[in-house]
Design a binder for this molecule. Structure first.
Ligand code: UT7
Length: 330
């Protein structure tokens, strides 16, 4: 009898750039202050990838290299690479293509997946399906964004929130039931008005006019997104617990998208989870879009124990949102 294959996470890698942009730096750039940013978002500083010729793939590569080193494998053993990102190096080729080349992942195919802040969860579920199908043995799933490339540093509504970073996990088949257990993923395109980048796509190709109008920067109506995010992330996380007959007591960690500490607190409360079980690194990295969840796993890896039930949850542009239940495998 053939055993059920699940997709276990068997290694984690991450990368954040050296350069820090603190709230005090931002005070000098826009009309804001450290106190406001900390109390309204929980953020103190973020990392920025500076330097000519550096792009999202340059964060993907060190994250994946670290993961390979930890697992003792060579990049040529990777079967597929999925990169969740809204800031690809270029519109095409995909950042996955570029990163595979730089890594020497010569036997991998791959693609970018665009689901904004839910990019890692969408990619994880997709990568897990490749493993569960039995056709692939080593799938790397990355969440990576160089948000500083699409942020207007004169717009205090967005520039205080976002930062750059990349996190990656390796998925391998498990016959003992470890890894991705269940996922609820949602989308609602009517939310697109509240969070988007107006120009640079086929709707409004880049032109002198779009650049003059700052339409190549991320646009967000924060309050509207906030309201949907609080409800969306909490609802889907609670639904995931219920459908798996679990309560907050059964969960070792909540790994939430790091957009705003107030959204995270609301989700933990809805799940009946004490706040010491919530991974929170927003104060150090800000919102790295697809990077937040794997960067939490990267920071907390040593504290995770084999068999821990963890819930990953996200809400973001699209709107896209979701929650994934993972049984930690090492
Ligand atoms: O990750 C993708 C999904 N994104 C999210 O989940 C983000 C969700 N939204 C948020 O996190 C919050 O809406 C923000 C952090 C973006 C903004 O916080 P808020 O509590 O919603 O602020 P607000 O836009 O309602 O503004 C409150 C006040 C306003 O002043 P008045 O009208 O009350 O006098 C703003 O003008 O704060 C003012 N304000 C600022 N003050 C200092 C707005 N931005 C700033 C700022 N510094 N950077």
């Amino acid at each position: 009898m053939s055993q059920k294959i699940t997709a276990a996470i068997t290694a984690v890698g991450g990368y954040v750039p050296e350069d820090r942009l603190t709230n005090f730096d931002l005070e000098k750039m826009v009309d804001t202050n450290d106190e406001w940013i900390r109390t309204r978002t929980g953020i103190s500083e973020r990392r920025i990838l500076r330097g000519e010729g550096l792009a999202t793939s340059d964060m993907v590569v060190p994250a994946v290299k670290e993961l390979c080193a930890k697992r003792g494998i060579d990049p040529s053993e990777i079967d597929a690479l999925i990169v969740g990102t809204v800031t690809p190096d270029m519109m095409f080729p995909s950042t996955a293509n570029v990163a595979c080349h730089k890594l020497g992942a010569t036997n991998a195919w791959g693609f970018d997946l665009l689901a904004a802040c839910s990019g890692f969860l969408y990619s994880l579920t997709t990568g897990a399906s490749l493993i569960e199908s039995g056709r692939y043995k080593k799938v790397v799933v990355v969440g990576a964004d160089k948000m500083s490339s699409i942020i207007n540093y004169n717009d205090r509504a967005t520039c205080i929130i976002f930062g750059d970073g990349a996190g990656a996990v390796l998925l391998e088949p498990s016959t003992e039931g470890y890894g991705v257990q269940d996922s609820i993923l949602r989308s609602d395109g009517s939310g697109g008005n509240y969070l988007h980048m107006k120009a640079g796509g086929s709707l409004r190709p880049a032109s002198n006019e779009t650049v003059a109008n700052n339409e190549h920067y991320a646009y967000q109506e924060g309050q509207a997104v906030f309201k949907f995010a609080v409800k969306g992330m909490a609802d889907v996380s609670a639904e995931l617990l219920e459908r798996n007959k679990l309560t907050g007591d059964d969960i070792a960690w909540l790994v939430p998208h790091q957009a705003n500490k107030r959204i995270i607190d609301a989700t933990a409360d809805r799940m009946g989870l004490s706040h010491d079980k919530v991974m929170l690194n927003i104060q150090r990295y800000g919102n790295t879009t697809a990077g937040t969840i794997p960067l939490c796993l990267w920071d907390w890896e040593k504290q995770l124990k084999k068999g821990d039930n963890i819930v990953l949850a996200a809400f973001g542009g699209g709107f896209t949102w979701g929650a994934t239940l993972v049984k930690w495998g090492y």
